[in-house]
Design a protein around this ligand. Structure first.
Ligand SMILES: *Cc1c(COP(=O)(O)O)cnc(C)c1O
Length: 450
């Protein structure tokens, strides 16, 4: 008998097919990305790195060239060329001097940068988690927060970075790293302004673009590396639409990872390579790196520009439609793919109830705190949603209107529900909406799911 796991995968296919994915950090990969990820490359050990020479050549030349490597195992002839393709494409996509494609996740990528540049106890200036920053930017529950001293900056009333506060803290605290990155922030950061501050205090300028990397790749969002930033980390599975994983891009001089270079900003590419392996990880996931290479190849195509533009267009439409229907949005709207709804202020109940209720009708999103939220972490006042996944399915203006309409209907039903447990009493009222969601979802197939 086939393992139960495959049964559950089939059930998950149905869930993905019949529901709408509004979690802004999720997406649907192409059949080619999926195929590379599920390949026999998982059988191979390849600790170390391929050659970093001649990466500005064409894909075909890189695929044909066999160069000496700095790996710790034999049999690298094919994985070397695959990893070199991934590196070369990532560098082109993000205008970087170097790319490390080995981080297993966004969290690993961030920690590898901190470890490459900072000594224990050094200061890192980063966005407050409660204001839209990320757990890996110094939340007390993380290992990073035990090693380094994170200093948080926040956002202003209108939802933009408090640049004055950032500048003040940078000048007084002299951090080793200034980090711009977030998972619930709807504006386009002023990279130029932050870079100026960073240069003044001699900090490493780091951007964690995990959420918006696909928008940067598609040319609808500025690239921090074009504005004097030294390092950009990202996940590969959010707007970038690749396999789950991390990526570190950097500016500077690339040299052999076998020798420890002097700790200078110019040497940051090599400091990072050594920090990823052997500093914080073991063998790379070459099947995932192959899938990253395929995804970067897709992102370099002209069609990806249209996709990225459409994500933002859909987010703006959805934000406007939600506002029309009485929803109060953090920052008043969006300039990227993210929307943060203040459910408490709009309809008088918490974000967790709304998350659970919407899940019951096939609309998946997550409860999220708002800046200055007094409510507990698992009962936050808002919900966060976004358009990358539904845009991949080909949805547009008409569908955004429908989604906003369902959210309004649901909010009106949920208004007088005292707790999540009481939601089951509303099941009958949800049924009509659930059927409508499912019908629309089936009209827009998920890539790779029949
Ligand atoms: C998603 C995210 C990460 C973490 O990525 P994982 O792959 O889940 O470890 C890091 N930083 C930001 C800003 C993110 O949004």
């Amino acid at each position: 008998m086939k393992d139960f796991v495959f049964d559950l995968i089939e059930q998950e296919k149905v869930r993905q097919k019949e529901g709408l994915e509004l979690i802004p950090s999720e997406n649907y990969v192409s059949p080619e990305v999926l195929e590379a990820m599920g390949s026999i490359l998982t059988n191979k050990y390849s600790e170390g790195y391929p050659s970093f020479a001649d990466l500005d050549k064409s894909d075909k030349e890189i695929a044909e060239e066999i160069l000496p490597n700095s790996r710790y195992y034999g049999g690298q002839v094919n994985v070397d060329r695959i990893e070199r393709l991934a590196i070369s494409r990532a560098m082109k996509l993000f205008h970087a001097d170097h790319a490390n494609v080995q981080p297993h996740s966004g969290a690993n990528a961030n920690e590898a940068v901190y470890y490459a540049w900072c000594e224990p106890g050094d200061k890192i200036l980063a966005m407050n988690l409660a204001h839209g920053g990320h757990l890996t930017h110094g939340a007390p529950v993380t290992r990073s927060a035990h090693i380094w001293n994170f200093i948080p900056y926040g956002v202003t009333e209108d939802g933009d970075i408090d640049y004055d506060e950032l500048e003040r803290l940078a000048l007084s605290e002299k951090p080793k790293i200034i980090l711009v990155g977030y998972s619930a922030f709807m504006k386009i950061p002023d990279f130029e302004r932050v870079a100026k501050v960073g240069k003044e205090v001699g900090a490493l300028l780091m951007a964690d673009m995990a959420h918006v990397a696909g928008l940067i790749a598609g040319g609808v969002h500025p690239n921090p590396l074009d504005f004097g930033f030294n390092v950009m980390t990202t996940t590969t599975h959010k707007t970038l639409r690749g396999p789950r994983g991390g990526l570190i891009l950097s500016k500077g001089k690339v040299s052999s990872p076998l020798r420890k270079p002097e700790k200078t900003l110019e040497n940051i590419p090599t400091l990072i390579d050594r920090s990823v392996f052997p500093g914080t990880q073991g063998g790379p996931l070459e099947h995932v790196i192959a899938a990253k290479a395929v995804a970067f190849g897709e992102a370099l195509k002209p069609e990806f520009k249209d996709y990225a533009a459409k994500i933002v267009e859909n987010a703006k439409t959805l934000a406007d439609e939600l506002k029309t229907r009485g929803f109060v949005l953090q920052g008043g709207g969006t300039e990227n793919h993210l929307i943060l709804v203040n459910v408490e202020k709009s309809y008088g109940f918490n974000g967790k109830i709304f998350e659970k209720a919407l899940d019951m009708v096939g609309l998946t999103l997550n409860a999220n705190a708002l800046p200055g939220d007094k409510a507990a972490a698992f009962r936050p006042s808002g919900v966060r949603l976004g358009t990358p996944a539904i845009t991949t399915r080909g949805m547009g203006k008409a569908e955004m209107k429908k989604i906003a309409g369902w959210m309004e209907e649901m909010a009106k039903i949920c208004k007088d529900v005292p707790s999540e447990d009481a939601l089951s009493e509303k099941a009958d009222e949800f049924e009509k909406i659930h059927a409508e969601v499912k019908k629309m979802a089936l009209d827009f197939p998920v890539p790779s799911i029949k």
